[in-house]
Design a protein around this ligand. Structure first.
Ligand SMILES: Nc1ncnc2c1ncn2[C@@H]1O[C@H](COP(=O)(O)OP(=O)(O)O)[C@@H](O)[C@H]1O
Ligand SMILES: [Mg+2]
Length: 271
């Protein structure tokens, strides 16, 4: 991979963003999916893990103003607006589930639409930056997005979101449906974006790989946080290993390693 570039992912702005969510509830009409959620996305990469239907997409929709929310959402200490366009203006961008590109438009046109609020000269500069960040996309600039592979389309979706120069980037299951190598590449991109100064909040089902690139993690089940902590501790915790990573027994004794109990308790502490 060619990531050793001079100014990778520099669109995020100088100040690293901090999102703080408390007492968040959201759902669809009378059907409440999320109940009283408390979580934070600090500078770096935070991942929210959870099985299908746990409420991961609902969480990102609520944070992006696509569905109504209750509770407190502070973005750098100030209440996040409720309307999507105002949320985008404060520096929050969402890469939605399933990418939602314009398949009949070229890569460049998709990027232009991502930056349509930006003055023309600046938009051109950002497209150039996107092509520096995603060299694969420069080669495909004139290809129709709908004819690209899943991984390439996911890259276009991330690059399009970066056209807003977000300070907080939210990614909805970027690895979904991708081949293992592409999963690695997309998660590495998320990591690079975080390292370059854009706070990243990612939801994922790929527990092992997501925890390997994240700084902190939460586990969401049936609309509630059931575990949280630094990614390394969470990966070793019993709750994650038993529920998501398969067998956990010591092959010699058939018992669960005692150290797990310790790491589980540590990981369960909300940081
Ligand atoms: N548009 C919708 N209307 C009603 N219920 C929905 C809608 N979208 C999702 N749900 C329900 O909300 C719950 C959480 O869904 P979702 O947030 O998509 O989960 P995840 O992204 O973790 O797979 C599920 O029970 C799902 O059926
Ligand atoms: Mg989802």
């Amino acid at each position: 991979m060619m990531w050793h570039r001079e100014t990778p992912f520099r669109l995020g702005g100088a100040k690293q963003a901090h999102l703080k969510v408390d007492g968040l509830s959201a759902g669809y009409g009378a059907f409440l999916v999320l109940r009283d959620l408390k979580l934070e996305a600090r500078p770096g990469l935070t991942v929210v893990l959870g099985p299908n239907g746990a409420g991961k997409t609902t969480l990102l929709k609520a944070l992006n103003g696509l569905i109504p929310r209750q509770g407190t959402v502070l973005f750098d200490g100030e209440e996040l607006p409720e309307k999507t366009h105002e949320i985008v203006e404060t520096g929050v961008a969402l890469v939605p589930e399933g990418r939602q590109l314009f398949p009949q438009m070229t890569v460049t046109e998709n990027l232009e639409l991502g930056g349509w609020l930006v003055p023309k000269a600046e938009r051109a500069r950002r497209i150039e930056q996107a092509f520096n960040d995603f060299p694969k996309l420069r080669e495909r600039a004139n290809q129709l997005a709908g004819t690209m592979s899943g991984g390439e389309q996911q890259m276009v979706a991330v690059a399009r979101a970066m056209m807003c120069a977000p300070r907080l980037l939210m990614l909805d299951e970027p690895s979904l449906g991708l081949a293992p190598k592409m999963v690695d590449e997309l998660l590495a991109i998320a990591r690079r974006i975080a390292d370059a100064g854009t706070t990243v909040l990612m939801v994922e089902q790929n527990v092992k790989k997501a925890l390997a690139v994240a700084d902190r993690g939460y586990v969401l089940e049936r609309g509630a946080i059931v575990a949280s902590g630094p990614a390394k501790l969470l990966a070793r915790s019993t709750v994650i290993r038993e529920a998501y990573l398969g067998a956990d027994k010591d092959p010699a004794t058939g018992t669960t390693n005692a150290a797990d109990a310790v790491s589980r308790r540590k990981a369960a502490v909300t940081t």
